[in-house]
Design a binder for this molecule. Structure first.
Ligand SMILES: [Cu+2]
Length: 156
């Protein structure tokens, strides 16, 4: 009987760890079911979403027709890029958001950005304040503490 509360605590701690890892890395499929394609309003798609450092952007598209080019703000406005820009062309590309601030992506195929809205800009915010990845370690520490306590209680 005495072992029941610690077991429940351990379960709660495990759930918290799982939840925190989910919160740490959200995956955003650009355009949702529509993916990365012509004439979709990516500005509207991004509007109600909060992007954070550690999240992933997933670009799904037909790589015989499109690609994804990481550009800067000026290039975004002009729908232009140079050979120095990073171009993704797998058709299933994942971009991990590593830093805060504005990010810009366009399709590099002629007219797709300028005439068909294949352009996405997002503003990446800092990692969620709690539970942050740095606190995951202390959470793990307290989890192992709870587990040891639970095991001790069972075998006592
Ligand atoms: Cu395109």
């Amino acid at each position: 009987m005495a072992s029941a509360p610690p077991t429940r605590l351990a379960f709660l701690a495990i759930s918290m760890v799982l939840l925190s890892s989910v919160a740490m890395a959200a995956d955003f499929v650009v355009g949702g079911d529509q993916g990365w394609k012509l004439d979709f309003d990516y500005e509207e798609w991004a509007q109600d979403k909060v992007f954070r450092v550690g999240d992933n952007l997933l670009f799904n598209y037909d790589n015989t027709k499109h690609n994804v080019v990481k550009v800067n703000g000026t290039q975004f406005q002009n729908c232009s890029f140079t050979p120095e820009n990073e171009i993704l062309s797998n058709g299933k590309d994942t971009i991990t958001l590593k830093t805060e601030g504005k990010k810009w992506y366009i399709c590099g195929k002629p007219t797709h950005c300028a005439d068909h809205q294949m352009k996405l800009t997002i503003n990446v915010q800092a990692e969620a304040p709690a539970p942050a990845p740095s606190s995951a370690h202390s959470l793990m520490a307290s989890l192992s503490g709870v587990l040891i306590f639970a095991i001790a209680a069972i075998f006592a």
